[in-house]
Design a protein around this ligand. Structure first.
Ligand SMILES: [Zn+2]
Length: 206
């Protein structure tokens, strides 16, 4: 582990509790009231590296042993399969809340994308395969879960290889607007561009 920084535990929600850097990855622990029931704290570990962002819902026990959790995570380089699936399922459910697909204002291509995902989810849910992605989220020894992982990794590599600069420029726009400064320049001066990404991530309902 190259570098470990500890922030004083924050009592308010959605604040960074702890930050651990390993090589070019930054791992940050957030605690916020559970998005589903609001009756307890939920912990999220957000791993960033360049434009790559992964979110892992972690237990209280893992929070207490965060060094060990992050070391293990870094060694396995686990993919946040569960977060990605939950995010997709939540969106599908949201758009079908009235019993039929409803997405006013959404671009047709996006509707088709989500609806195709919905049909695949339905099929894989019926034959029990979907459950395996949750239960064995990072198993690359199993052909089915490994195929899913490969899809996630290929998408990640695509984004890092081609539009990473554009992604950063986009965040720079957001940061610049928020700060009321010229956009790109503001972001270039700020070494940590991950604020907006983290804000997006901590609002994920996981
Ligand atoms: Zn809850």
């Amino acid at each position: 582990m190259d570098k470990t920084q500890r922030s004083a535990p924050a009592s308010s929600s959605g604040r960074i509790e702890q930050r651990i850097e390993i090589g070019d990855t930054v791992n940050e622990l957030y605690a916020a009231p559970c998005d589903r029931c609001g009756s307890h704290l939920a912990y999220k570990l957000i791993r960033t590296s360049g434009a790559s962002l992964s979110v892992f819902a972690i237990s209280e026990e893992d929070c207490r042993n965060l060094d060990a959790y992050v070391t293990k995570l870094h060694a396995s380089f686990k993919v946040d399969v569960v977060t990605k699936l939950v995010c997709l399922q939540d969106l599908i459910q949201e758009l079908n809340s009235n019993g039929y697909f409803e997405a006013p204002g959404m671009h047709p291509a996006r509707v088709r994308l989500i609806d195709r995902a919905r049909l695949i989810c339905n099929r894989l849910s019926k034959n029990g395969v979907l459950r395996r992605f949750f239960d064995e989220a990072d198993n690359d020894e199993d052909d089915i879960t490994a195929a899913f992982l490969l899809g996630c990794l290929a998408t990640e590599v695509f984004w890092l290889r081609f539009p990473e600069d554009a992604v950063f420029e986009g965040y720079a726009h957001i940061e610049g607007r928020k700060a009321g400064r010229p956009l790109a320049r503001a972001a270039r001066r700020t070494p940590d561009l991950s604020h907006s990404r983290r804000i997006c991530a901590i609002h994920l309902r996981i």
